[in-house]
Design a binder for this molecule. Structure first.
Ligand SMILES: Cc1cc2nc3c(=O)[nH]c(=O)nc-3n(C[C@H](O)[C@H](O)[C@H](O)COP(=O)(O)O)c2cc1C
Length: 368
């Protein structure tokens, strides 16, 4: 979660010390976590087709940027793909549903990258049941490049307020091939309320909020040491950290100014939403979740190609007890009885944002 200057001002509740902090150009240049962002520029360089595809697949969206994927390359022309359970989010994702969706995003990007190179990938999912590997990917010659691949390096989860501009009807129609798009004002208004209510429940339930705060990386040093989780970086935020205005403790204290301003900031962001996208599935087994991830990946690439911003807002879909009422209301609104809402996202025109950190691809390979 890279934060813009505007959001940071909201976060600490005022602009008094901020001009001075932001003014030091040399300091700004030195605070970019270049090592944590390098995987975005190094993708596609390896000679081995599997490693080349993996170098793109690690750029997939995934919950809290945990990057739970691991690849075993011991068998020729194959990748055995595992999910690293150490990276689970037990409080907010108790059934690993979102983690599995993230793995779906990863396998779709792997397939797109391989096809770009002239390789078709066949997947066998959960060959040993759901406690074993997520998939065995077999590379063969073939594969047709997909125009969506062009947007891989520009794709983002855009965690910013969107413009008031509506999504043009033509684009809504095109996107309907990927997801249900909701732009009817009454349903949009209901979803603004529900996503806000859900965000507040997660933030005010100490164990679920702590899970996020524990994953916050404060400044370049922490981001480069652990290029995952929720990254709070850049010269501006680091200035606030140096001034003691942005700390892990203040984030955990609901009575602090920093916490209160964070809440206001999120409320404003969630409200600045002209449309939503929804992915539902009839069942809710691991294959349904993988399939939802694959669809989300393609949707996110398609929106990128259209110049639209997309932002998952998952709180209202989470399965912890305190969320049950909100989750039920979202399902009543968006899904037929028995269906599961797998992904809910904000859609609109947003600012251009930078990439989020990634672990280098070689650290995700279990054995070279
Ligand atoms: C299943 C899933 C759920 C997500 N839920 C949220 C969410 O509730 N709020 C949010 O800001 N981002 C959410 N994200 C986006 C991730 O935070 C984001 O993908 C990750 O930080 C990497 O950033 P990037 O997508 O810009 O590369 C979700 C992503 C996935 C795949």
């Amino acid at each position: 979660m890279s934060m813009s200057r505007r959001r940071a001002i909201a976060l600490i509740g005022g602009g008094v010390v901020l001009a001075a902090v932001g003014a030091t150009v040399g300091f700004a240049a030195s605070r970019t976590p270049a090592r944590a962002l390098a995987p975005w520029s190094l993708a596609g360089r390896d000679a081995d087709p599997r490693r080349r595809a993996l170098s793109f697949a690690i750029l997939a969206p995934n919950p809290h940027n945990r990057q739970p994927w691991l690849a075993d390359l011991r068998q020729p022309d194959r990748i055995v793909i595992h999910r690293d359970r150490e990276r689970n989010l037990p409080e907010t994702d108790p059934f690993d549903r979102q983690m599995t969706i993230g793995m779906g995003c990863f396998v779709e990007l792997l397939a797109l990258a391989a096809a770009q190179d002239g390789h078709a990938v066949g997947f066998e999912f959960f060959p040993e049941g759901e406690d074993g590997p997520v998939a065995v990917a077999t590379f063969r010659d073939g594969g047709t490049p997909d125009p969506l691949f062009a947007h891989v390096l520009d794709r983002r989860s855009c965690k910013e307020p969107f413009e008031e501009r509506a999504v043009p009807a033509g684009l809504v129609k095109e996107l309907s091939a990927h997801a249900t798009v909701i732009d009817a004002p009454d349903t949009v208004a209901r979803l603004k309320d529900l996503t806000w209510e859900a965000w507040e429940i997660e933030a005010l339930t100490p164990r679920t909020f702590r899970e996020s705060v524990d994953l916050m990386r404060f400044g370049k040093r922490e981001i480069e040491a652990n290029p995952d989780g929720i990254d709070l970086g850049g010269a501006f935020l680091e200035g606030l950290m140096m001034a003691g205005l942005l700390t892990r403790e203040s984030q955990l204290d609901p009575t602090s100014t920093a916490f209160g301003e964070g809440v206001r900031m999120y409320r404003a962001m969630l409200a600045a939403t002209p449309a939503y996208v929804v992915l539902t599935s009839d069942g809710n087994d691991r294959i349904d979740q993988i399939e939802s991830g694959r669809r989300w990946m393609r949707l996110n690439l398609a929106t990128t190609g259209m110049g639209l911003a997309l932002h998952p807002v998952s709180q209202a879909l989470q399965e912890f007890a305190e969320m049950a009422g909100t989750r039920a209301r979202v399902h009543e609104l968006l899904a037929a009885p028995g269906q599961t809402v797998q992904m809910l996202g904000r859609l609109g025109y947003g600012p251009i944002t930078g990439p989020s950190p990634r672990w280098p691809v070689e650290t995700r390979i279990m054995n070279g």
